[in-house]
Design a protein around this ligand. Structure first.
Ligand code: CMP
Length: 226
């Protein structure tokens, strides 16, 4: 079971007292999902709130012929499953574990009770929903107005801004998803994603290494967004 030390690191719970955290431990339970398992499907009824303790999940929408769009990738201390609990509608997307993943689960009534007792938690959830809506708006813009190189340049820039690390060779970013997943985030095929990355490499904008990309020329990358 995740201890209090972990819960204290979760931004959503930062306003809770020691006593509140103890209570949180008693109302939540831990669950393990192996890599590639489905945590829940879109359109199912939703009765639980999920907080990621370790691992990574993708939020996806699938078509009947097996295509998938990745709406987001979520990491430890982030949460999902709040929408169905708040509006009573079925799950808006499916959630799949991208690697072995442990989550904390809180049942609907307990979760709503927690929110009514801690208005600051409701505000944090609203803030996260706003950020997710902003990101979704940006994704719509990218899909509607940019070509494949533009979409890839934009997502690389987002990742650079989010978690780029300055190195001697340039800005390094871990690519913790496959070309296929990169493509599914921005609506291009795996082949196109691979081709565009290769073109960027030939133009000296990036170097693709095993699990990461080094961006050598940020300005040139920005100019590819159109
Ligand atoms: P819910 O609709 O209950 O189940 C699917 C969950 O995926 C949803 O709650 C959110 O937690 C999450 N989700 C849906 N859309 C997005 C998005 N665009 N970005 C990040 N998370 C999302």
């Amino acid at each position: 079971m995740e201890g209090k030390d972990f819960l204290k690191k979760v931004p959503l719970f930062s306003g809770l007292s020691e006593e509140d955290l103890d209570r949180l431990i008693t109302i939540s339970r831990e669950k393990f999902y192996p890599k590639d398992s489905v945590i829940f499907h879109r359109e199912e009824a939703g009765n639980f709130f999920f907080l990621i303790c370790s691992g990574r999940v993708k939020v996806i929408i699938e078509t009947e012929d097996g295509k998938e769009a990745i709406l987001s990738i979520l990491y430890p201390t982030e949460f999902f499953g709040e929408m169905s609990l708040l509006d009573g509608e079925p799950r808006s997307a499916s959630i799949v574990a991208l690697e072995d993943t442990r989550v904390l689960i809180i049942q609907r009534d307990e979760f709503l009770n927690l929110l009514s007792k801690h208005p600051e938690m409701s505000l944090k959830i609203l803030k996260t929903l706003s950020l997710r809506l902003r990101k979704a708006n940006k994704q719509i813009e990218t899909l509607m107005f940019f070509d494949a190189p533009g979409r890839i340049a934009r997502i690389l820039l987002d990742i650079v801004l989010d978690k780029g690390v300055k190195t001697e060779k340039g800005i390094a970013v871990d690519l913790d998803f496959t070309r296929q997943e990169l493509g599914s985030l921005i609506g291009v095929s795996r082949e196109t994603a691979t081709r565009v990355l290769k073109n960027f490499e030939e133009e000296g904008i990036i170097t693709v290494e095993k699990n990461h990309i080094i961006v050598h020329n940020l300005e040139k990358l920005k100019k590819r967004i159109y």
